[in-house]
Design a protein around this ligand. Structure first.
Ligand code: G3P
Length: 217
């Protein structure tokens, strides 16, 4: 399973990209709106840092506007994946852009039928939002299992990109269910590194080593 970072913050991307764990990135209008730099500059920089797919979302809501904006975003860098919301216009725009050879990520997916329709028109990725489903008292990860099954049965090449990830549990479940990609905020990726026994174990190794060194002199 590939790991993308879900952010518009260059420092977060830089810190994790240098470790070598990032396969790509996703952004959305809310994430880019938090940053003061020009969104096109941010997207260009993220592409250079992750050297992999970077989703950039259109803000137009009509078909023609989404296609126009999508083409423009794709011109920023070869790594840009055009993100469109799941609406009828978004699905139509996905079909047009995919037919032109662009990679499209259909976002705001909350049901298996939505994912299926997006895959039918050639989406490169679908982004089901698991955390927001959990927020309304349902089990977001159930949707991932359904979509993975449907795409396997239909042999769709569309990748299941698990989004709206809130904890390492979402990451583990996504991997176990056979999702293609998980996109997580930097805070969740940081949590994936942590275990108190690793810290305690390392501290003990170093103390024992120091003790032995001191005894030798
Ligand atoms: O990028 C889309 C998605 O990951 C947003 O997550 O936490 O705002 O529901 P969240």
């Amino acid at each position: 399973m590939k790991l993308f970072i879900d952010t518009g913050n260059l420092k977060e991307v830089e810190a994790l990209a240098q470790i070598g764990i990032l396969d790509g990135a996703t952004t959305n209008p809310s994430l880019l709106a938090k940053e003061s730099a020009d969104p096109r500059h941010i997207l260009t920089q993220i592409c250079a840092l992750v050297n992999g797919p970077v989703s950039a979302e259109v803000v137009a809501t009509d078909y023609a506007g989404m296609v126009r904006e999508g083409r423009d975003l794709a011109g920023i860098n070869e790594h840009i994946v055009i993100k469109v919301p799941f609406t009828k216009d978004g699905v139509r725009a996905c079909k047009t852009l995919a037919d032109e050879g662009h990679r499209v990520n259909v976002t705001l997916i909350f049901s298996a039928t939505q994912a299926w329709l997006a895959a039918k028109v050639g989406a490169a990725y679908v982004s089901p939002f698991v955390g927001r489903l959990d927020d309304i008292g349902t089990t977001g990860m159930t949707l991932i299992r359904e979509i993975v099954d449907i795409f396997d049965n239909a042999e769709f090449p569309t990748e299941v990109l698990v989004a709206s990830v809130r904890s390492p549990i979402h990451v583990i479940e996504a991997a176990r269910m056979g999702a293609d990609v998980v996109t997580a905020p930097a805070s969740v990726i940081e949590q994936c590194f942590k275990h108190p026994l690793t810290d305690i174990g390392l501290e003990r190794f170093l103390k024992d080593w120091e003790k032995a060194q001191a005894a030798r002199v």
